[in-house]
Design a protein around this ligand. Sequence first.
Ligand SMILES: Cc1cc2nc3c(=O)[nH]c(=O)nc-3n(C[C@H](O)[C@H](O)[C@H](O)COP(=O)(O)OP(=O)(O)OC[C@H]3O[C@@H](n4cnc5c(N)ncnc54)[C@H](O)[C@@H]3O)c2cc1C
Length: 387
Amino acid sequence: MGDGPSSPDVPARPDVSPNPDVIIVGGGIIGLSTAWQLLQEGTEAVVLDPAPGTGASHAAAGMLAPIHEAYWGESHILRLNLAASQAWPAFADKIGVDAVDYRRHGMLMAAYDADDKALLDNLGDLHEQEGLPVERLRSRECRAREPLLAPGVRGGVYSPLDHQVNPRRVVAELLSRVPAIAASATEVSRNRVVADDGRVMTCQQVVVAAGAWTGRLLGVPIRPIKGQILRLSGPEGLLRLPVRGVVRGSSVYAVPRSDGEIVVGATQEEQGFDTRVTAGGVYELLRDVLALLPGLSEIDLVETWAGLRPGAPDNAPIIGTGEDGIVYATGHYRNGILTAPVTAAAVAAVVQGHEPPVDLAPFSPNRFDAKPGDHTPDPEHLSEVPA
Ligand SMILES: Cc1cc2nc3c(=O)[nH]c(=O)nc-3n(C[C@H](O)[C@H](O)[C@H](O)COP(=O)(O)OP(=O)(O)OC[C@H]3O[C@@H](n4cnc5c(N)ncnc54)[C@H](O)[C@@H]3O)c2cc1C
């Protein structure tokens, strides 16, 4: 937690109100952004989390990439991601662009071999159909933009709209602005939360933003999707651009921060609540990133990590009021850092009874067979929170 606000218009680390209007269960980037949005709009919000900021938000690379995260059949997610991308400049301005290392250099997606190029061409058709602003590049043009790329790359796609941020810094900044209680929720209803330390809290509205753990707490079908990720450290500016690659059919990315850190990710594994870093996971990431960017082989490997993405069966987030009266803000899967500002604004609108800035119908908590409220929380599992 920081020692105070970085921006003069935000009060210093507010005290926890004894009677908050809103209790937010979960202090990852989604819960914290939502609390901050509510506070700015005059609604007293408090976050409840035994270890805020240690979930998926701590693992994330911080790509804000609506274009390179666009997939066939997910137009509604693309629209949400584009709205989030537009919301980021103002969000970053308010927190402090330099404080969170918000960078707008665009992003390059490169194909390693001919089959990888075919995959990229297929996505190119999607970009065209959706009218997304991208530049298709030949091998030489890719290397002109990013000289560290291997000479053999077959081609690529540059997206000027895809940006990046340091999620750990965003979380730290938000934590300094939002009141938080260090406890885990064991029972939740529309206006009441029971915590593992025995306290019972009431409010006007409970919001659940418990990431991958939401499915354990309530009856929405959210599962953890494990991602292993590495942090390298080298000279500042060694890698100019965030680069994503398809390497012999596998996806890999390298995201440079302004201080010389390069984040390399990420595996996608269905392993339940397992956050072990494995030899195989690290091997695959290094194998693919060094094939794409051989010049990274000489710099330091400073961290290995794994986090749990909260995923719904249809890959779309869950935002809105459930049949149980609880407001949900979860399931942000691969794009929770990107979507945080727009989810926060949408949830604040739902709580305050205003029109949300985006159409929330495709993201309703009530779109699944297993409805919110069908589920009895398992106290044994809840005691394992967080990972
Ligand atoms: C390796 C990896 C790379 C990623 N890269 C990107 C990227 O480049 N760009 C992008 O946009 N997204 C990325 N993501 C996805 C992104 O990290 C997530 O979508 C986002 O962090 C989800 O935020 P959240 O607040 O919902 O969840 P989390 O950050 O997981 O926070 C959930 C919080 O809920 C708390 N909690 C759980 N249960 C309870 C309870 N019962 N009571 C109280 N608190 C509870 C936990 O302690 C935790 O702090 C990545 C994810 C991973 C794993």
